[in-house]
Design a protein around this ligand. Sequence first.
Ligand SMILES: [Zn+2]
Ligand SMILES: [Zn+2]
Length: 345
Amino acid sequence: MTSTNGTMRGVFLPGDSTAVLREYGVPRPGHGQVLVEIGASGICGSDIGFIYRGYKGYRGVDGPAYRGVIAGHEPAGRIVAAGPGVRRFGPGDRVIVYHIVGCGLCDNCRRGHYISCGHGRESYGWQRDGGHAPFLLAEERTCVPLPDELSYVDGALIACGFGTAYEGLRRAGVSGDTDLLVVGLGPVGLAAGMIGRGLGAREVVGVEPSEERRAWAGTLGVFDRTLPAGDGTAAAVTIDCSGTRPGRSLALEAAAEWGHVSLVGEGGDLHTEVSDTLLHKQLTIHASWVTSLPAMSELARNLVGWGLRPEKVVSDTFGFAQADEAYALAAGASKGKVVLVPDAS
Ligand SMILES: [Zn+2]
Ligand SMILES: [Zn+2]
C-alpha cells in the first residue's frame, strides 16, 4: 500500500491547455470523512471545456468554477482511513465517489440529488481537491459502494458519465418495449448505448458524424447500427449526448410519435420547429442533469446483473505522471474515454 504519510503528487490545471503535477500533503480524514486511495480517475468533457482550455464560470458559482484544486471529479478507489463519526463505510471498502458534496439537508440533497443543492454545493476536482492524485479526502456521505465484480475504472466511469446516461434513460422510460437512438457517441453516448442494452431496448442505434468515433463505437458490440446522420430512423426513445444544436434537433426529429426525448449534453442551445416536430408527435422531453446517489448505487448493481463493464468504452489509460498527455488526447482526437490511474511504483 502507498504510504498515507507525507506528500503526494496531484494534477493541477492552469487553464492554458496543459496539466501539471504539484506536490500536496496527504490529507487526514476529519469528522465524517474518509481517505480514499484512488484506483482510477476519469477525465470529463466538462473538465476540458470549463477548466483545461481556460477557466469559465458556472451558473450558481461566483468567478471561475475551478478553484485551483487537485483536478478530477470522477474518482473510484478503496478507503484506507476513516475519521471519527464515519458509520457506513470503513477501511478496505471499495467505493465510487459521487462528485458533488451538497448541504445534506435541503430537499434535493435528501433525494440524493447533491448536484441540485442550492446551499453551497462543492464538486470534487472543481471547488475541492479531486481524484487526480494517489489519495482523495472524501465525505463519507458522497461514497457509493463499488461492487467487487467491477473494476476501479468501471467505478470512475459510473461516477459521472454512466450515471448521467442512466438517469436520462430511466426518466425517458427505456425498456424492452422501446428502441433507442443515441445521438453523439462520445463517452456519455457510449454509456447510453451500453445502458440501453442493459435496460433491454429492442434496438440500439448510434448516430455520430465523426468517422473515427463511429468506427470505434461500432467495434464495442453495444450498437445494432451506427450511422453518420439520422437517415430517417425513428425511435420510441432518443437521447442527445452531443450537446450540440444539430444533435438536439436530430434527437427531437427522430423521436417517434408519443416518443420520449432525453437531453443530457451540456451547453449551447436548442432550436426546433414546434408543430410537426413536437406537438403533433405528442413528444415528452426530459432535461436531466447528472444523477442521484441512490441511482448511482442502483446502476452499479444493475451493471453487475447485466454483465456489462463500463471500462469497455475506455480507449486510453495513463498514469497520473502522464496527465498532460492524457488531457491533450481527451481534448483532441480520443476515440473514447480517457482515464488516469496511479503510476506504477
Ligand atoms: Zn464528469
Ligand atoms: Zn442541499
